[in-house]
Design a protein around this ligand. Structure first.
Ligand code: NI
Length: 155
């Protein structure tokens, strides 16, 4: 268990595309755990690997922790791929651990269907809505080198 140094606004790594994870070895498992530790320690609800300096296609999140009285219910998504996005959109104020004190409204799809590999190497499909769908889209963007402020500029 370790809290890793966050990467912040202006760091080039936040603009780069993550690389596919070929092998879920101990290093990847350790990275996943450290990402969760780092996320919780900073009161975040999601984190992508590039935010701790690793260009790996992995994101973690926990939408339960803040909303449900600090009961942890983490999820780890390896090599996620969006399969479907709902046509219906929602506007939610977002922040990002790499952009402290910056918050703005972002338009996102209300629902998302995503394929990923879990930490045990099992392929899974997840349908998410509400805050979970928002966080997944936000963190997925990080894996593409996109940050939430880029989404605002598109408006
Ligand atoms: Ni972020």
């Amino acid at each position: 268990m370790a809290i890793r140094q966050l990467r912040f606004s202006g760091d080039e790594i936040l603009t780069k595309k993550a690389k596919k994870i070929e092998n879920i070895d101990n290093k990847i498992k350790e990275l996943a755990q450290d990402m969760l530790d780092t996320m919780y320690a900073n009161d975040g609800i999601g984190l992508a690997a590039c935010q701790v300096g690793m260009l790996k296609a992995m994101l973690v999140y926990d939408v339960n922790y803040i909303e449900e009285g600090k009961v942890k219910k983490p999820n780890i998504l390896i090599n996620p791929k969006i399969l479907e996005l709902s046509k219906s959109m929602v506007t939610v104020e977002e922040g990002c651990l790499s952009f402290p004190n910056q918050f703005d409204n972002v338009i996102r799809h209300e629902k998302v269907k995503i394929e990923y590999t879990d930490i045990k190497g099992k392929k899974r499909i997840l349908k998410a809505s509400g805050m979970e769908a928002i966080v997944i889209q936000h963190e997925y963007d990080h894996l593409e080198g996109i940050v939430f402020l880029d989404r605002i500029k598109e408006k």
